[in-house]
Write a protein that binds this ligand. Structure first.
Ligand SMILES: [Zn+2]
Length: 320
């Protein structure tokens, strides 16, 4: 694949989306859970002819109450927030909106976020931990068979669209997906070893490989360090792309600016060490941020070439 330059959209701010696209961002990962329908339509209408627009559906989570007959049954409890792996109705219902979007806007990729988001169990993260559904439909199947079926049903219901999977390490999902949007580099610009450790495990045990695109959380870095981290990610042959994860530094209408007095804002703001707009004036920001981002993106071919890069790349291929 071409080196992907992605950006996740949550509380979209159109000025910042435009600046990012002008600076070379070529893929938008559009959150379907928090953005409202009107906003989602606007993003696809405005940008799907210019860049790769990918609707991203969260698969599990405390906010999803699953109908009784679609729930995971552990032998005594029907989990309210985890689906029965072989239930196709659940898969269909979650893919309805993203399929509708990609069909209408001629896109070809759907993102699925498999993080557990406080659901009853970390079903997709803990694929080695013995989570076997014991409902009527599943009870004759081993856990492995259930997981294979689950991935195959998802693949079928994607109707030929590509899958970008966030952010879990899971051989069954990697088998049906194109790109792993990882979060190991969210806060740490140097830790590519973690990525290779995981790709090596899945490759050696399951013979499955995937392209990898690294997420970098904007609020965790100063503007200067963020650009450094992006450069680092471009230079790493462990990566096939990067994705920006901005919550408030590229949005004037993010939750924390609109609802600063809410409990959630008060609780979560301390986790966001840098909060100013990324291109404002200040010690953490840089008014030339997007010019520098453009320069960085323009130099990708150069940065991913040369003797050292090519030797590293040949070695890394063994691990991924
Ligand atoms: Zn089941």
């Amino acid at each position: 694949m071409n080196f992907m330059k992605g950006m996740y959209l949550i509380w979209p701010d159109y000025d910042y989306i435009d600046k990012a696209i002008d600076a070379g961002i070529d893929t938008l990962l559009v959150n379907l859970e928090i953005n409202n329908n009107e906003e989602i339509e606007k993003i696809f209408k405005k940008y799907s002819s210019r860049v790769n627009c990918i609707p991203v559906r969260a698969w599990l989570g405390r906010d999803k109450i699953i109908p009784q007959e679609q729930r995971f049954f552990n032998g005594s409890v029907y989990y309210k927030h985890v689906q029965c792996p072989t239930n196709v109705e659940y898969i269909k219902s979650l893919l309805k909106q993203p399929l509708n979007l990609v069909n209408r806007y001629n896109c070809n990729t759907i993102g699925i976020d498999f993080e557990y988001y406080l659901a009853d169990i970390k079903y997709y993260e803990e694929w080695e931990n013995g989570h076997q559904c014991r409902c009527e439909q599943c009870k004759s199947l081993s856990e492995r068979e259930q997981r294979v079926n689950n991935a195959e049903l998802i693949r079928q219901e994607l109707k030929g669209n590509k899958l970008y999977h966030l952010p879990v390490v899971n051989p069954y999902l990697w088998q049906i997906g194109e790109v792993w949007c990882n979060e190991f580099t969210y806060e740490d610009m140097y830790d590519y070893g973690k990525i290779l450790k995981n790709t090596y495990k899945i490759k050696s045990e399951f013979n499955v490989t995937t392209d990898n695109v690294s997420g970098l959380w904007v609020e965790k870095f100063t503007a200067k360090d963020y650009l450094k981290a992006l450069e680092k990610s471009i230079k790493s042959p462990a990566n096939d792309g990067y994705w920006l994860y901005p919550q408030m530094r590229m949005s004037r209408n993010c939750y924390w600016r609109l609802e600063p007095e809410s409990d959630w804002a008060k609780e979560s703001l301390p986790d966001l060490p840098y909060q100013s707009l990324i291109d404002s004036i200040g010690s953490d920001s840089d008014p030339n941020f997007f010019i520098k981002l453009r320069e960085l993106n323009d130099s990708i071919d150069e940065l991913r070439n040369g003797l050292v890069y090519n030797i590293k790349s040949a070695i890394y291929k063994f691990f991924r």
